[in-house]
Each structure stands twice: as structure tokens, then as C-alpha cells.
Design a protein around this ligand. Sequence first.
Ligand code: GAR
Length: 193
Amino acid sequence: KTRIAIFASGTGSNYEAIDRAIQAGDLDAEIVLLVCDSPGAKVVAKAKKNQLASFVFDPKTYPNKQAFEIDIVHKLKAYQVEWIVLAGYMRLIGPTLLNQYQRRIINIHPSLLPAFPGLDAVGQALDAGVKVSGVTIHYVDSGMDTGEIIAQEAVPVKPGMTKAELQTLIQKVEHKLYPSTIQQLILPESIRL
Ligand code: GAR
């Protein structure tokens, strides 16, 4: 089975959706490690409950990004991680990680990129008055939500919709699109003789 690490900073609903897809037999992968940059995040407790190994760190205790990414790479190697799946990891990936995992790091973003990159994409879409937003899954490069797009799905924005309502709709789409897209990506290598 393909060995993946989840990187998350927050609630972890996408982590849970990926885990459910694996349990259901819809995704032929194994989550072997959680990496989290926020010690108090809900996702940390969820991983613990599932007895998933985690590397939780506070970036403020490191001199710079390179220093904590070196520690992350050591963990990833120790767990023989093959793919990095960003699921609400609210931090740019630096060259240390990018060079070790070329075209092996993917991210999910709650808008139809290249529209509304960065923080609060759902709020940005509502403020812009768009009638359609959605979800993007893309390879990660050094930019902010700029890497090559792998999959997208549109979500209609109804008049008067609140941010919470749009967020709920978008997350529903995310929880299906992320596991199925990961399965497509790992398919060629999951056939191991
Ligand atoms: C997700 O909606 C994801 O698209 C977004 O954070 C949320 C995390 O939710 N990511 C970004 O905005 C990245 N720029 P979760 O912790 O419940 O999976």
C-alpha cells in the first residue's frame, strides 16, 4: 500500500474523510504519519484517537523554516512516506521538503484556483459575488496555491448564502474529491508485483 503523510493545522475533517475512504476500501493507501504545526489543533487529538503516529511541532521553537523542515524530512524517511497530502496545512512548503518530494506533494484549496488563493478563500469568493466557487486539488510548488492543477469541482453559490453555508457545501465536495483524486494518483504504483 502507498504510504502517505497528512499535513494539517486545524480541524482535520479532510484527514478523517481520507481515513474513512481507506477503511471503506475505496482508497488503496495507508496513512502512516500526521504532521501538524499547531500543537493545540483538533486534528492532533483525532490522530491520537486513531493511534496514528504524529510529528507535532511549534514553528516558533525553530530558528527558521529550513530547520523544522529538516526534522520533518527525517520523520518522513523514518516512516517511509511516499506521498505528502496537505489537508488544511496553512503554511508554505520550502525547498527542503519540495526537493525531497518532487511532484509528490498535493494540496486541497476551497476555491476554483487561480481565483482566491491564500487565506479565507470562501470569504474572498463571497465578497467577490461569484455565482460559482468550488474546490481545487493541485501539486504543491513554492508559490501560494500556484502549482499544477490536478482536479477541480464547482460548487454553486446561492444568493444570500452565508460563509458557513458555503463552507459546509465546499467541505462536502472536498471530502469526496480528495480521496478519489488520491486514488487516481497512486493507482499506477499500487499495482506492485
Ligand atoms: C479545507 O477546507 C481546505 O480546503 C482548507 O482548509 C480547510 C481545512 O479543513 N485549506 C486551505 O485553505 C489551504 N489554503 P479540515 O482541517 O477540516 O480538513
